[in-house]
Write a protein that binds this ligand. Structure first.
Ligand SMILES: Nc1ncnc2c1ncn2[C@@H]1O[C@H](COP(=O)(O)OP(=O)(O)OP(=O)(O)O)[C@@H](O)[C@H]1O
Length: 378
């Protein structure tokens, strides 16, 4: 009897605590939703705010143009410097999709990601407002002959490590975000050369911007693309790993993944790296501008990891958190890479110094589509 009575008291107590816990959790969730909605409202701008900020989208304020639209430098009414992305969207791309994208981007907030500080939706006009990064993009400071600056070895290592950290964060966030377009122009640098990944979360808004549709813009970035993504549209986090590997080699080498100023065998960075790896001449890959001011151990480690990232088969590429651990020395590198992704081989065959890359690649892929056997498994 006593036991029964105690049992039912315990049962009631358990029920009450569960009810209390669930109510609190529900309360917390709805509070979180409300505060998120309030936050999104607080960073909403009108198009006239942005016109004011960018001097009516004056050409002198234009920072550049990418696959998602033009980017303008602006100063908001409170004096904050921003970069305003004027999205090219189709009328059928609805309000909800855009708002979902804004939510997704704001949810992924992290120190190594370019922060979204505002948005604007008016009719068919859609804008994203980002923090302004003073040093602009890695493509400008590392790869562009006219705008490049000297970046020492320590800073290069810092940049590679922080990009890896940012990508690992995107891949492990809930919901997962696959970038799909990691390249030097999407890595922005603040005044202390801390890198931040830009253009994340936009792939969902532009699902038809598959990289296999050729535009002159896309063709310029082909060297970053994992073969399975380029040829079959298979986008997983391992496609980002591949692009990261190519980017890491660019940072070590101080050159673009495709540089027609070099002789044929050096034109494609990934092919050239593989050749040097096989011949045990990895020091020849390191940017000659660094002279002897770099650590050979660190450079070889980075190159080794980059080759693992660019393996043909996505399954054999490491996750980004593993990549990070290997780069910073928290995990050993126990695997030897084999020849990297097949796309490089496809590109190399018809590549010449004069012909435009788009046509050459289209021809190669047309041939592949005509052939009955798959190419990515080989
Ligand atoms: N937040 C920012 N701060 C400073 N400059 C920026 C910022 N965002 C973009 N830019 C500049 O605008 C240019 C265009 O950026 P955008 O992201 O639209 O295109 P992209 O990176 O060149 O190409 P893609 O669309 O293929 O990624 C960049 O190269 C960079 O110089």
């Amino acid at each position: 009897m006593t036991v029964d009575c105690g049992g039912s008291a315990v049962f009631t107590l358990v029920l009450c605590s569960m009810k209390y816990f669930l109510t609190r959790r529900h309360g917390k969730n709805s509070n979180r939703k409300e505060s998120k909605a309030a936050y999104l409202q607080s960073i909403k701008y009108s198009s006239s705010d942005l016109e004011h900020a960018t001097r009516n989208f004056h050409p002198n304020n234009k920072l550049g143009e990418g696959e998602f639209g033009e980017v303008f430098q602006g100063i908001l009414a409170d004096g904050t410097e921003v970069a305003v992305k004027k999205l090219i969207t189709k009328p059928e791309q609805g309000t909800q999709e855009f708002l979902d994208t804004v939510k997704l981007i704001t949810s992924a907030r992290y120190q190594n990601l370019v922060k979204l500080t505002g948005w604007c939706l008016e009719g068919e006009q859609k804008f994203l407002v980002y923090e302004y990064l003073e040093q602009k993009s890695l493509a400008q400071v590392l790869l562009n002959q006219d705008t490049k600056v000297a970046i020492d070895w320590g800073v290069r290592c810092h940049i590679v490590i922080e990009i890896a950290r940012g990508l690992a964060h995107l891949h492990e966030s809930d919901p997962q975000i696959i970038h799909g377009n990691i390249q030097a122009s999407n890595i922005l640098l603040d005044k202390s050369f801390n890198p931040k990944i830009g253009d994340y979360g936009l792939r969902e808004l532009f699902p038809d911007k598959a990289t296999s549709s050729f535009g002159p813009h896309v063709a310029g970035n082909l060297g970053y693309l994992a073969p399975e993504y380029f040829l079959q549209g298979q986008l997983t986090e391992k496609a980002d790993t591949f692009s990261f590997g190519v980017l890491a080699l660019e940072i070590v080498g101080g050159r673009s993944n495709l540089d027609r100023n070099f002789a044929q065998e050096r034109m494609l960075l990934l092919e050239w790296t593989w050749k040097l790896y096989e011949e045990a001449r990895l020091a020849d890959l390191v940017d000659p501008n660094l002279g002897k001011e770099y650590s050979e151990d660190e450079a070889f480690r980075l190159i080794h990891v980059a080759l693992l990232c660019t393996q043909s088969s996505p399954a054999t590429r490491p996750s980004m958190s593993r990549v990070l651990a290997m780069i910073i020395g928290d995990a050993g590198i126990r695997v030897f890479p084999s020849r990297p992704g097949i796309l490089q081989q496809l590109l190399q065959a018809p590549l010449s110094q004069e012909a435009p890359a788009t046509l050459e690649i289209t021809t190669v892929v047309d041939d592949l589509h005509a052939s009955p056997s798959g190419c990515c498994d080989s």
